[in-house]
Write a protein that binds this ligand. Structure first.
Ligand code: 4AD
Ligand code: MG
Length: 446
């Protein structure tokens, strides 16, 4: 049986109306001859207070022994609520216990650590925090599709099983039996970019949005072995066009999250990360800063900071460097461009200086790199030589090279780490808590 979700009832339910709602109890308080049940169905941060009177036929037999976690269906009248912070409450006329929850329900009304909640991923979306994270995650996904659809991009579905190492970094999960089945070695994709380039070179503007996998042994608060990536790719586009798209894209997505997730963001601001809403507002309104990698290195050298990893032209920026640049130097999102060729993937367009490539990373406070992208090398011979130099087999990438022979055009794109975006928007400290079922080294439960 379907009934309105609590979000609608709380916002629009009229006093005096009879409604049926269903959900789980966040808490149950039984006082003398009256029970107060805090009901939630996961649709909103706020719950609906249900007041259960002793006239209910099953009051003594069932209602009085209800505890946290039980599932109920209630029909009753909405009345004005005397409590503050809630417009209406429900006076139960009928209360059906759909599923009981015994006393050993793990989510009793106390704060649990996020580490503990990960071990009960089958129940953790019922908590305020994780429920709010998943609602924000949903709105973020919707905003991403909306942005690209409105900009005329075509959503391209790229394969999860693949032969190509898109990043040329060798961090792929091998498929056991792949060779036997497909007649060639197969792996889980690390990026849909190479296939997205096929899309762009025929349909002009495409994007991917799906899961990707990295077999890198990174045990940090910003890395997952399975994560979702959004990868737009545009033909007839250079790095400046790419950077411009990334900025408009991030700002539009944050704007929609701000517009649609007010209650959840208020919760994050109060309980998880002070100032997260102000930061999002600021970013949605302010143009991003940009500088080249060489400028960034010069700024870091001048900073007088004692970094754990030394700053040196030619070395990759570490998280501590990225955070100093965006959090302290420019105090807003920063796009760093033109990295040394030696630390970037083989497909990036080579600058005339023969040392740097047309790469960009978008850095944001607290997270560091949220987007990585580049203009692609569309000159056949330059690309082929670069692949040779990096020890990549031309045969393996034959179709990728061939794209550069038939109507090759400048093109560019980027990859957004979807979980990092959700992490940024919610203020959650650990990326494992913004994905329903985290996969990290040593852990793949559920
Ligand atoms: O910088 P990356 O490796 O770039 C690519 O994969 C390109 N093919 C993208 C493109 O140009 N189409 O990854 C892109 C983004 C990073 O900026 C980061 O936000 C996220 O993906 N990311 C991860 N997120 C979670 N866990 C990991 N292990 C991640 N590795 C990358
Ligand atoms: Mg990167």
């Amino acid at each position: 049986m379907s009934s309105p979700n609590l979000r609608e009832v709380l916002a629009e339910g009229e006093v005096g109306a009879t409604v049926t709602v269903q959900g789980w109890l966040r808490s149950a308080r039984h006082s003398k001859g009256l029970s107060f049940l805090d009901l939630t169905d996961g649709s909103s941060m706020a719950g609906l207070q249900v007041v259960a009177p002793p006239e209910l036929v099953n009051y003594e037999s069932e209602v009085r022994s209800l505890g946290t976690g039980a599932a109920v269906r209630v029909t009753g009248e909405l009345v004005e609520s005397p409590g503050k912070g809630q417009r209406v409450e429900l006076r139960a006329g009928e209360l059906e216990v759909v599923g009981v929850a015994p006393d050993d329900y793990p989510l009793q009304k106390k704060r649990h650590s996020f580490e503990y909640l990960r071990t009960i991923a089958h129940l953790r979306p019922r908590t305020n925090t994780i429920g709010a994270v998943f609602r924000v995650r949903n709105v973020a996904a919707k905003a991403i599709h909306r942005f690209f659809q409105e900009e005329g991009f075509v959503w391209l579905h790229t394969p999860i099983l693949t032969g190509a190492d898109a990043e040329g970094a060798g961090e792929m999960f091998e498929i056991e039996g792949g060779e036997e089945f497909f007649g060639r070695p197969t792996r889980l994709t690390v990026s849909g970019q190479l296939e997205a380039e096929i899309g762009a070179l025929s349909m002009s503007k495409v994007y991917t949005f799906g899961p990707t996998f990295r077999a890198e042994n990174s045990n940090t608060s910003r890395h997952l072995a399975e994560f979702w990536m959004v990868e737009p790719e545009m033909a007839f586009c250079d790095l400046e066009g790419d950077r411009d798209l990334a900025e408009r894209f991030l700002r539009a997505v944050f704007r929609q999250i701000l517009d649609e997730c007010g209650d959840d963001l208020a919760f994050f601001d109060e309980r998880i990360e002070k100032g997260v809403v102000a930061t999002l507002e600021h970013i949605a309104e302010t143009p991003f800063e940009h500088m080249t990698y060489s400028e960034a290195v010069a700024q870091l050298e001048k900073s007088g900071r004692d970094f754990e990893f030394p700053v040196q032209w030619g070395a990759d920026l570490q998280s501590e460097h990225e955070r100093w640049l965006t959090e302290e130097r420019v105090k807003k999102p920063l796009v760093v461009t033109d990295y040394p060729a030696a630390i970037k993937a083989f497909y990036m367009y080579a600058n005339d200086d023969a040392k740097t490539v047309r790469a960009m990373d978008v850095l944001v406070p607290r997270i560091g790199e949220i987007i990585g992208g580049s203009q692609r090398e569309h000159r056949h011979d330059v690309l082929a030589e670069r692949m040779d130099a990096q020890g990549l087999d031309r045969e393996e990438y034959a179709w990728y090279l061939e794209l550069r022979r038939f109507g090759s055009v400048p093109h560019a794109g980027f990859g957004l780490g979807f979980e990092r975006l959700v992490q940024f928007a919610t203020g959650m400290a650990n990326i494992r808590d913004v994905v329903p079922f985290p996969r990290v080294p040593g852990y793949a439960e559920f």
